[in-house]
Design a binder for this molecule. Sequence first.
Ligand code: LMR
Length: 328
Amino acid sequence: MKKLTTMFSMLALCAGMSAGVQAAPDTIKFSHVVAENTPKGQMALKFRDLVAERIGDKYVVEVYPNSQLFGDGKEMEALLLGDVQFIAPSLSKFSKYTKKLQVYDLPFLFKDMEAVDRFQQSPAGQALLSSVNSKGLIGLGYLHNGLKQLSANDPLRVPADADGKKFRIMSSDVLAAQFEAVEAVPLKKPFSEVFTLLQTRAIDGQENTWSNIYSKKFFEVQPYITESNHGVLDYMVTTSMEFWNDLPDGDRAVLKKALDEAVAHGNAIANDKAMKDRQNILDSGRSEIITLTDAERQQWVEVMKPVWTEFQDEIGPEVIEAAVASNQ
Ligand code: LMR
């Protein structure tokens, strides 16, 4: 009887093989640190769905939001180790791999998101995507989140209001210099720790976009948000050379197209999302939104502007010039 069962199993296996039964699809992990209801969260889910639709027999994308798999301190190493295949860190988090992307952190560089977009699509902006290649990373495209606002325990209207206050920043020396310029104390901390740091008043404030301030509930523990639009928080969708170059050409093309479409989707919703989340914060009544007068805003511009000179050699003056030109 046992012999007969074994024989049947072998026959079934052979039949399966001859009928062309496929191997299980390869898993592609996409890890990020924000909530799903953000431009990056939505972009990752769109990518997952497009891959399932178009090449689901070969690949399945698993999305890990909210620093579930890796926090922002670890995700690039994890990518290089092959523990994850796609990430989309903020452009402020690449300084270990390239100094050129620091251009995006220069305070008051871009007048609005249209200017950011023009720069990203320009030859100079596109060239920056390959600035991490020598470190084994590939930048596959830019994804928008939006302009940053300043939140704090006390109202921030002029630079003197920030004097001596502790602000959480992303891991960027430019952002550190920006806060030092107003005599504040910058602290580099992972995104996953920001809410608790604010809630326990271990820090006084932070800078972020409307969608991050809303989705991570920072507004519930920060009574004031200054609508400063002083810098940009965008992303570079990144993979590792090892993973990308090992893919069969046809599969790589399908994955790239799906990714481009997912990025276009994220970019198309980013501005609306920012405006809706700003309104949600306003409606909550938990946080007062401070609008600066032109004269007040100009004070921040003037105090922070020397940061450009401090970093121009590392970034490259021609990169800064190209970014400035995108404002026209
Ligand atoms: C932050 O650390 O504040 C942001 O980079 C989080 C993100 O990915 O938007």
